[in-house]
Design a protein around this ligand. Sequence first.
Ligand SMILES: Nc1nc2c(c(=O)[nH]1)N[C@H]1C(S)=C(S)[C@@H](COP(=O)(O)O)O[C@H]1N2
Ligand SMILES: [Mo]
Length: 387
Amino acid sequence: MANETTRRDMLKRTGFAAAGLGVLGVPEWALPALAQGETLVPFTDWPANFNPNPAPDRRLFNTQTIAGAVTPADQFFTTQHYGHPVVDPATYRLKVSGLVNSSLSLSLDEIRKMGNAEMELGFECSGNRRPLQGLIGNGRWTGVPLKTVLDKAGLKAEAREIVFFGADKGPEEVEFRAQKFNVEQQYGRSMPRDKALTSEAFLAYALNGQPLTRHQGSPLRLIVPGWYGAPNVKWLAEIHAQEDQYLGKFQARWYRTLKGEMINGEMKWVESAITHLQLKSFVARVTKAGSSHKVLAVVLNDGTPIKSVELKVDDGPWQAMTADPSTKARYGWKFYNYTWNGAAPGEHTLVSRVTDATGRVQPTEQELENKKTFLEDNSQHPRKVTV
Ligand SMILES: Nc1nc2c(c(=O)[nH]1)N[C@H]1C(S)=C(S)[C@@H](COP(=O)(O)O)O[C@H]1N2
Ligand SMILES: [Mo]
């Protein structure tokens, strides 16, 4: 009884009021799809100053407002390094250059005619982590397989590295022998030729059946199913085939993970590039209906089938959660539910953990303590509620 909330309280608590949206001015999407008689039990460890729009070009998703498998485009999280470039879809051209038999310059219409495959998939920023877990979303993307475009250009035998450039640019300091130089960087990410040709990567021009918004990379972006957000290059301007490895900042110096592993009693440090999503789950929302509570967990991974998701309440045993049959897409996020009966009044800690079909188990925070960089944090995330 203690913590039942009205929608007004919930909106305040979860930061919509802080963002300057009064209850009457709140867009319909901000209201969680709760069943009749169901009320939200807010997380008590949620930051009081939560602001879903910390900057005009940044948006966080409040998982407590999840209303279905597909995240509406105007709620989809957004982040990038150099703000939003302006790209006019009417004059837009995608260039395909470098070690190809024929260089291409494709209009949006030409690209649309090359394919309209649709895939439901989710991704998170590799920096997504506690306490918010708000850099995550799931959508229906439409586009052209990357292979179709690469085959049209014809990759030469020496083309070993495929680089994807966005239209956005900015200056970055590069240090060489204690001297600093300002080097212009275009947002760029690369992939080995084989990955580009065999993966399910595609060039997306629509999200949830509508043209991409400026936030999500209008008019065209790369999507790599099962990978983190960074490779999903927005405002895609050019695909360049080359022989040498691409060493741009966001490929070679940023979006890397430094992790130590104990091998025969010795710590071995390894640096790796961010690619596929690490196995993750977290408690996204708790609601109350009558005398029982419902816990919703979100799972996201690289597309490996999920074996189980479990929930632990305080120091109790791990209990099985039930898969929501509406979330089935291979690369989509998945919802799991748990009916929590007989919760004693007071504060409780809820934590979920996921195991995939290969036997991989989501690590605890302690098990990840030798991961020195904050990226790729897929650790179990205990959350608190008061009932
Ligand atoms: N051109 C360009 N693409 C980019 C970025 C960027 O800075 N520039 N940021 C990447 C990162 S780090 C993430 S997490 C995703 C975010 O995609 P979204 O804004 O559609 O959620 O875009 C990726 N694509
Ligand atoms: Mo990211």
